[in-house]
Design a protein around this ligand. Sequence first.
Ligand SMILES: Cc1ncc(COP(=O)(O)O)c(C=O)c1O
Length: 387
Amino acid sequence: MKVSKKAAQFTESVIREMTRLAAKYGAVNLAQGFPDFPCPEELKAAAAKAIREDYNQYSVTWGAPALREAISRKAKMYNKIDADPNSNIVVTCGTTEAMVSSQLAILDPGEELLVFDPHYENYAPDAIISGAKPKYFELDQENGFALDEEKLKEAFNSKTRGLVLNSPLNPTGKVFTRKELELIADLCNDYNAICFTDEIYEYILYGGTEHVSIASLPSMRDRTVTISGFSKTYSITGWRVGYVIAEAELTNAIKKVHDFVTVGAPHPLQIACADALALPESYYVQLRKDYDGKRKMLLDSLRSIGFSCVDPSGAYYIWSDFTELDSKADDLEFSKKLVEKVGVAVVPGSSFYYKSDHGRKKIRFTFSKKMETLEKACERLEKNLGK
Ligand SMILES: Cc1ncc(COP(=O)(O)O)c(C=O)c1O
């Protein structure tokens, strides 16, 4: 059967496929980034209460007013962004929908969208669905995934309509420095480009690293589409609530696309998400502390087994090179062996690259799991791969 030229250009998500394989082989799932522990009790109670109080019909399509007001307060305090709840905020079905609706609303066929390599695998299909052309720009692997100023300048041209930024970055945990953000800002201004920034891991940071939203730089206020969501910070990836913050004209276009694609995000869960934003500062301190402990544990174990790992500054992934453990296998073969024979599911590195040969000796582990899950995975790895 004929399918659209757009759909023919990309494959199913490799990350989600690894979760299906983990279930098939009874493997510990360190592939897909979702927690296997419960979300905060307050949020369960808030969701149940919202349903009992009959928030069971469509909300305002671009978001329940109470949630947009709470997002506006959070954006001001945490992100240093001024966002009017009515004209600058759209609540979406997760960060996933926020990104694709924003690209659909803003990009035109023939326009180019710069995407950093390595990147979260959704961005290129989003651009293709929007009719735009993804153009890949490689971060410097040998140098902490730094941005090379001269190369980035060369990547921008008159067709560049936008750039996708993701900080903290999935898969490597890189957090872009203020200097790098300023460079991106200068180029977006020079080329009249929009920055689509996915900040879903904004609260998950290590070693005193600070989160800077690029929209807080004065020159970027009106040319940034800031995207975030509730999945990761509150351990509710199945609730599907995210949001976009943008300048009013861009927001209007995103509201229209979002309405026709989804009508709206789940209403009772939006009401509960407004309560999530009222959690005290101690919640975020504890979240970081818990993930920091898991980061250290998984990092030490993987290194002692023989992986060469990047220590992340943010997010909850460990980007690892397995050359020392298997010099012959590529990432797909090695991941297949791990899930089928060792009983641990990971994500093959090439799924984060446009030029897939670049991730051929890499795999990604997530530590968004209970400590006992991580221990079980490490025992299996140690037993089967350890020296
Ligand atoms: C960088 C990034 N953006 C977006 C998502 C998906 O977010 P959501 O659950 O809000 O759709 C993920 C999930 O792993 C992610 O890593």
